[in-house]
Design a protein around this ligand. Sequence first.
Ligand SMILES: NC(=O)c1ccc[n+]([C@@H]2O[C@H](COP(=O)([O-])OP(=O)(O)OC[C@H]3O[C@@H](n4cnc5c(N)ncnc54)[C@H](O)[C@@H]3O)[C@@H](O)[C@H]2O)c1
Length: 265
Amino acid sequence: MTDPTTQDNGSATRVALITGGAGGVGRATAVRLLLQGWHVGLCDANADRLATVGRDLDRGAGHVLEIVADVRVVSECGDAVRAISEWRGRLDCLVNAAGIWTEGPSEQVTEEEWDRVFDVNVKGTFFMCRSAIPELERTSGSIVNLSSDAGINGFPGTAVYCASKGGVSLLTKSLALELAPRGVRVNAICPSDIDTPMLHYQAATFGNGDPEGYLRNLLSLYPQGERARFIKADEVASFIEYLVRPEAGPITGACLSIDFGTTAG
Ligand SMILES: NC(=O)c1ccc[n+]([C@@H]2O[C@H](COP(=O)([O-])OP(=O)(O)OC[C@H]3O[C@@H](n4cnc5c(N)ncnc54)[C@H](O)[C@@H]3O)[C@@H](O)[C@H]2O)c1
């Protein structure tokens, strides 16, 4: 009988867990990893969207596991990792792509809004990492956290989101140092605006009724002038795919900017 965790060449099939798996970056990353022969656990709080994406990507192959979980809840982070180990008996990488956006004048920020953003972006990312450490240590695996250009530079009207992504950048560096002696690499990706549902939610919610104007205004901040464009989710996924490869062995503790130079100044 063929061992389901073994590829034709006899090497173990690598297994990824992707939070925010029903979203733009999570889905694109899953596509890339599946094409490379990985098996992928897609974790998301949105059960309906997760079911659609899971069905779409797997098409009955049995290479995708859908895991409904809210990363704000510590026990659900543990359950998600447990579901993966029970499924394939190993975990080679964790991609933390669950995240939410907020913006607006700081004097109008509520405690509820602050907690919501920090619970998903910082607490969720950290406790997913915490839950996955023992499994990743066994496989000398790695973690990729989705930070942002807003996790490197400040931007007006986004203090809460920037603070949360700054937290992601620094927890990434700190974990990288802590886990280096145990063979686990931890990196962050720091993209500028990516053409995903999050970006269109931003434009629809915070664009004062003019989402196109909102998007044009974002692009006007890029150094490319008329050549400015948004990043494609697959472009971000290609860097994530690189970071989890063995060739990326020397890279840990990096906050990799993919931002057309928006944080270069
Ligand atoms: N889109 C951008 O412009 C952009 C830019 C820089 C960084 N990022 C970051 O990249 C990551 C991916 O963003 P995206 O653009 O794919 O967004 P997206 O909105 O398309 O996907 C995010 C996913 O996270 C899920 N999610 C939200 N809260 C959750 C929770 N509590 N538990 C589990 N899942 C939850 C959502 O259901 C959604 O499917 C996020 O961390 C985001 O902050 C996005």
